[in-house]
Every structure is written in C-alpha cells, then in structure tokens.
Design a protein around this ligand. Sequence first.
Ligand SMILES: NC(=O)c1ccc[n+]([C@@H]2O[C@H](COP(=O)([O-])OP(=O)(O)OC[C@H]3O[C@@H](n4cnc5c(N)ncnc54)[C@H](OP(=O)(O)O)[C@@H]3O)[C@@H](O)[C@H]2O)c1
Length: 217
Amino acid sequence: MRIALLGTGAVCHVLAPAFLDLGHDVVVGTRSPRATLDTNQAYARLAERHPALELRAFADAVPGADLVVNAIDGPSCVAALTPLAPALAGRVLMDVSSPLDWSDPDAVLDPVNTDSLGEQLQRALPAARVVKTFNTLVAQAMAAPAAIGDGDHTVFVSGDDAAAKAVVTGLLESLGWKDVLDLGGIRTARATEMMLRMWIDTWAALGTDMFGFKIVR
Ligand SMILES: NC(=O)c1ccc[n+]([C@@H]2O[C@H](COP(=O)([O-])OP(=O)(O)OC[C@H]3O[C@@H](n4cnc5c(N)ncnc54)[C@H](OP(=O)(O)O)[C@@H]3O)[C@@H](O)[C@H]2O)c1
C-alpha cells in the first residue's frame, strides 16, 4: 500500500520504519518539509536512516494514498485536516490521535464524555472513512505488540465503515496484533479516548509506558 503518515512525532518514528519493513511506500506529512528538515533533528536523523521515506506538506502527502494515518497533535488535528476534506474523500483515515491537553498539569481530556476526536474528524471529513485505533498504547508498543506480555493484549478499532475497519485490522495484524477488538461505530472512539485517563494513571503506577490493556472473555 501507499501510506500517508501525517505527523513527524513519536508515532511517525515508530510506524514509518515498521510500514517500510512491511513493504509499504510511506510518505510523511508535515506542516513545512523545509522547516522540519532544518529544525527537527530527530526527524532529519530518521530520514537519513530511511532514505525511502518521502516528506511532503500535509496536503501534498494525501493524494495517491491507499491509507492515511492521522498522527498529528491531538488538539490541532481537526483544524489541520479539515481543509484536506476533498483529498481525504473516500480514503481510509486511521486516526491514532489522543484528546489530551498536556498544557494542563493534569492532562485533561477534550473532547470527552459526549464526543471524541474520532467523531469530530468524521464530522469534519464526512466522506473520509475514519477508523480510530492505537490511541490506548504508547507509540513504541504500536508496532511491537509482542514486547508486552508476548503480545497477549488487546487493540481496539472504532469506525462506521466496515471495509475501512477491515483494511486497518489487516494492517494491525501484519504488525503482529492478534487481538483486534471491533468496538463498533466511530461513536465508540469515546470509550477508547476516555481510557487515556486510565492509561496515564497506570503509567504512573507501573513506572513504564510499555503496557497494554487486555479484554478477557
Ligand atoms: N506519542 C505517543 O506515544 C502516542 C501514543 C498514542 C497516541 N498518540 C497520539 O498520536 C498523535 C501523534 O503523536 P506524536 O507523539 O507522534 O506527535 P505529536 O507531538 O503529538 O504531534 C506532532 C505532529 O503534530 C503536528 N502539529 C503540531 N501542532 C500543529 C498545528 N498547530 N497544526 C498542524 N499540525 C501540528 C506537527 O507538525 P510538524 O511536523 O509540522 O511539526 C507534527 O507532525 C497525537 O495525536 C498523540 O496524542 C501518541
């Protein structure tokens, strides 16, 4: 597949090499490729290690992509992606964003309870096929499920488009995920986004972010 990975942060650092290893073409999206290469040293090093990675402005990364990953800062992603609505029409948009406002010392969730970033994205991009996933995990765990409990833990998918969820589920399985739980429509992104409060407190209690949630049946 050709994957447009929008975002140059920790998620990109994990997923871009993992997707390349699986044989996918990866184009990374950023606000300004020139500024990113000049000022984001971590990204510049990643690009040096992986010359196959293309870097483009967000809008230029999307055309031609079979799957688009939203790995943009949570509070900024709806505004950043809304102008891309025509280009995203019909495309699978794998949304890994978290509604965490880290500027608050208690890392509050916004939106929460009656809405979610997944739903806001689906409303802003009505013709995109949004699938929420991966937001209950630290980036390093996304592409290395076996590093936690031999891979015996659960990753969730939420979305209104069954075929889009099948594409994302296939990608997750190719990364080694064995328990992909389909929670239902995009409305269920509220549930996994609200798990972030639990995620933060578990992180503090364990002293490590390399853990996963497991749904025991
Ligand atoms: N890090 C994790 O372990 C983790 C785990 C689960 C979920 N998530 C979620 O996944 C997403 C990506 O996380 P991350 O840690 O990889 O990166 P991040 O630091 O949350 O976001 C970095 C990306 O956001 C873009 N960005 C920042 N402010 C922006 C603005 N005002 N307008 C447009 N774009 C803006 C940056 O653009 P430039 O490239 O131009 O700088 C960069 O590409 C986030 O929503 C995060 O909550 C992260």
